[in-house]
Write a protein that binds this ligand. Sequence first.
Ligand SMILES: [Zn+2]
Length: 480
Amino acid sequence: MRREKQAWQGRREGAYQERTCPTENAARRSFFARRTLPTLLVEALNAAAETMNRAGRFTPALRSYALLVLAAIVFAPAAGGSTAGASGSGTEDDIQELLDRRAAAVMAGDLDSFMETIARDSEHFVRRQRRLFKRMQGVPLASYRLVARTDRLGDLVTEGLRSRYRGADDVAIPVTEERYRLAGFDVAEAIEDMFYTFVQREGEWLIAEDSDLEDLTFYSGRHLWDYSRVDARRAGRFLLLEPACRGCPQAPSAAVRLATQALRRVRGYWDAPWSKRVPIVIPTSADDLQRMLKVTFELDNFVAFAYSSVDRSDGIDYTGHRILLNPDAFTDRSSSSTLRVLTHELLHVATRSASGPFVPTFLEEGIAEYVGQDADPAALSFFHEEAAAGTFDGRLPEDFRFVIGSGRDVFRSYQKAYSAATFFVDRWGLRKLVQFYRRLGAVEVAPGTAGYHVDRALRRTVGVRLDQFEQSWAGSIDNS
Ligand SMILES: [Zn+2]
């Protein structure tokens, strides 16, 4: 894991050097600096020194998405080195027109029109796009659109890529937002960043690739339908999206019954409003799941993920909630275990509309475990055994400790979070815990560190500071 991290960081630094060339345009730099400031504030202050490590949590996609945006913001000023491509408004209009045609073709089921938006530079890409289109026809889409956003990161094309498409009159890579809604499930649009390479030949723009910037860690979004045909089955409040391929993993047979039961349990704990309609996705493999989530840590320790996209159009909103099951971890799991996992993930989904960038992972996982385990104190036996053995350090776990380390280390962090949530509820009641979460989650874009906001929300809700809370909780363990 550490080696992988270093390699990743090395790539980032390399990319930064490559893009910080002497030709960069100072005015454009300051333009981007201003435009990205609110986002940078939230991410930089919240992430602080743990930029890499907070790449994930048990709802890791959310964090990794934030991380990718942060990386993009770091590089964005240097993108001013390129003044061609998507910087001209005529070009922007032409690219948007192409994207509108592509999106309309998806919704109309018009394969020919869709393929007319694809350049023929890569036979592999052309084949992949044809397959993708056919598979998308099996996805219950209520809406689908593509929006080129040059205002977010500028034009990301590099000189190296320009030379790769030497025959083209122009090349541009603005970030493209794929915005779609699953019928009957998504209240707001789910959003994935796509990094399409647009090439212009004889006045016409086409899409030539979507993976040219992966070396710079700009990954285009991937869905189940990128890997397989999709079986979409609606059952009660759930939409099961399973791969329709021979030998591919399937949802546990009792998945819908258990998810319905899990939903009832969540409602008993979390009474704030949320949509209560959730797609459950079974990926084709753990590798594909990792790519869909865009995370670099090992998935072995995790059985399921709550995934949301981030809409920054108006503050910070989490949208497109899905539960993704790790297919490797779901075989031979007992019903009671599956119920606990689904309840835990559903609680994450339920809290998304109340969450914000300053909610720490120990709170997210603490409340999810508390509800997932149905407040059963017996589920804390590992933690109490460790405490009895004298290894408890009395500290609330930092965000990165939920994904980095051995399975035992990660589990310890979950147990600590669960224990802290239990302590909170025992002392002040569940209603106060929900109130604390909602108060903290309501802070979207604001100055101040994460610690400051947690402290403030805690003081306002129950009248103690974070360090006092930590000490009281740790003291209660020592005395038990
Ligand atoms: Zn979780």
